[in-house]
Design a protein around this ligand. Structure first.
Ligand SMILES: Cc1cc2nc3c(=O)[nH]c(=O)nc-3n(C[C@H](O)[C@H](O)[C@H](O)COP(=O)(O)OP(=O)(O)OC[C@H]3O[C@@H](n4cnc5c(N)ncnc54)[C@H](O)[C@@H]3O)c2cc1C
Length: 494
């Protein structure tokens, strides 16, 4: 079966990774069906009905849903992710801006890292918006593509290979809410349905059951790597008085032995204020405790932001943050016509904001393969899975490297890792003493806009040598965050 032969695609999971994979694969003459256990119709239907009645209507506020438990936590779409999503769905960033997503130059954030405050710099723009809004707008665009259908309320329970003469796959699903009962001729779960597919894409996130499904068809699922710093989030939504916050956002990175947090804007004029921390330093689940937690941080800006705002709703916590990747690239006998993308393949500690960007890069890889006729044929899926694992390599190294230190886990002793760690530490120190070039170079790695070799640019090495001779400059002063920051604390300002 060649690429033209891929007529029926079933995508398991209609969240960001599944939707972007569908966008990459949609084309005339092909059916792409997304199955999700959540009912996804409410917000979209309300949106469509209102659009029919009044084309100038505002997008209704999309709500968090159970299948995406991180829905109330802050979400930042990195520049690389934004550009990639625009490539898949032209105009999506305009949709986001029109719906109120807030563009921010991360170089202007008040950012307290390991060694001190980051110097102000110019960086590519990121977009800040609620997770439900991002997903809703992506889903609206994807639904309009030829051949795409989004089916909510369907929990996928397994995959079966087709017999000779049948489609390659049968994807079993039950109406969400039914238990995963074994199905015999007499005991079939009501509503159980098998859908035929030439190509199945697993995009079911951290909860993916693909290892079990592979095992059931006689394929050993491969190793799972995990680095879990046991990071927790506690988040509230606040409204701030106009002009109260002078910085476009505040980030205090969690450090070994102490917590951190962030305050960032989203659509609708509200802000999310979060505490973050690892292990014993995870933030508590109640508002008073969160306020106390933020007050205990090395800088009190976040506590003051929270105190200055009017809190809406309760504290939303989230603790499923382990870095986890499935080494499906090492599986012997990986089945043809089966792909896996997004968090189902490789999930990162979200503190680094990389998940949606990696999902978009996975989807672009699918699109390229489809365009080049590499989507199907013997071994094609295994090659694409290996490519997606490679796409996740840099963010994996970045996140697990930082989390190993954060959790006090034994660090790698191999010489290259030790030297890379020391070099990054040296650049970070230069940055917190005002070296903007070092700051930009590090930030481009976190933003997935450059590879690690860019850190060895001769210009950076020359700047480091200069610090060895002349010493470091003064530490970057604390930036002005709130309108009532006392002048002494402002130092030289930003
Ligand atoms: C606290 C937190 C903060 C984050 N912040 C950021 C950020 O700032 N920037 C960023 O880029 N990323 C962030 N992320 C990561 C981001 O949310 C994900 O990486 C991204 O959404 C891709 O997820 P996904 O689509 O692979 O999986 P998910 O979003 O988890 O979606 C999986 C989907 O599969 C469905 N599903 C699961 N099992 C089944 C089944 N058996 N049958 C049918 N459907 C099923 C679920 O209902 C769900 O819709 C954050 C994550 C967390 C936890």
């Amino acid at each position: 079966m060649g690429a033209q032969g891929v007529r029926d695609v079933v995508v398991v999971g209609a969240s960001v990774a599944g939707l972007l994979a569908a966008a990459a694969l949609a084309r005339d003459g092909r059916a792409v069906t997304l199955l999700d256990r959540d009912d996804l119709t409410d917000a979209d239907r309300a949106d469509a009905d209102r659009a029919d009645a009044d084309p100038t209507h505002a997008v209704p506020a999309p709500a968090p849903r159970p299948g995406v438990p991180q829905g109330r936590q802050p979400h930042m779409l990195l520049h690389r992710g934004l550009a990639s999503i625009d490539e898949l769905l032209p105009g999506l960033s305009d949709d986001l801006r029109a719906a109120g997503a807030v563009p921010v130059d991360t170089g202007r954030l008040a950012w307290l890292g390991t060694g001190g405050w980051a110097p102000p710099s110019r960086q590519p723009e990121v977009l800040l918006a609620s997770r439900p809004l991002i997903e809703h707008l992506v889903r609206r665009r994807v639904r309009a593509l030829p051949g795409v259908r989004v089916v909510g309320g369907q929990r996928v329970t397994g995959l079966r290979r087709g017999r000779p003469g049948e489609p390659r796959w049968w994807v079993d699903a039950v109406p969400a809410g039914w238990s995963d009962v074994p199905v015999g001729p007499a005991g079939a779960a009501p509503g159980r349905r098998a859908r035929p597919a030439d190509l199945v894409v697993d995009a079911s996130g951290r909860a993916s059951r693909l290892p079990v499904w592979l095992d059931a068809i006689g394929v050993r699922p491969g190793a799972v790597e995990e680095v879990d710093a046991q990071v927790g989030y506690a988040t509230v939504r606040v409204r701030l008085p106009a002009g109260r916050l002078l910085a476009p956002g505040v980030v205090v990175l969690p450090q070994p032995g102490r917590g951190g947090g962030l305050a960032v804007p989203a659509e609708g004029g509200w802000w999310t204020v979060s505490g973050t921390g690892a292990g014993a330093h995870r933030p508590p689940r109640d508002l008073a405790g969160l306020q106390e937690f933020l007050t205990s941080l090395p800088d009190d800006s976040l506590a003051r932001v929270l105190a200055a705002g009017q809190v809406e709703g309760d504290v939303a916590t989230h603790r499923q943050t382990a870095n986890r990747r499935h080494r499906y690239d090492t599986v012997v006998g990986w089945p043809d016509g089966l792909l896996v993308v997004g968090d189902a393949l490789c999930a990162f500690n979200p503190v680094y904001g990389q998940g949606m960007t990696v999902a978009a890069l996975d989807a672009l890889a699918l699109r390229r393969a489809d365009a080049d006729g590499r989507l199907d044929g013997p071994g094609a899926a295994a090659r694409l899975v290996r490519e997606c694992v490679r796409i996740g390599e840099l963010p994996w190294q970045t996140a697990t490297g930082a989390d190993t230190a954060l959790a006090g886990l034994p660090a790698s002793r191999d010489l290259v890792s030790v030297l890379v760690g020391r070099w990054i530490g040296a650049l970070d120190e230069m940055s917190t003493h005002g070296d903007v070039a070092a700051q930009v170079a590090l930030s481009r790695i976190y933003q997935l806009a450059a590879g690690p070799t860019s850190l060895l640019h001769p210009r950076l090495v020359a700047r480091w040598l200069r610090t060895r001779v002349r010493g470091l400059g003064p530490p970057v002063p604390r930036p002005t965050v709130l309108s009532d920051d006392v002048p002494e604390a402002v130092g030289g300002g930003r």
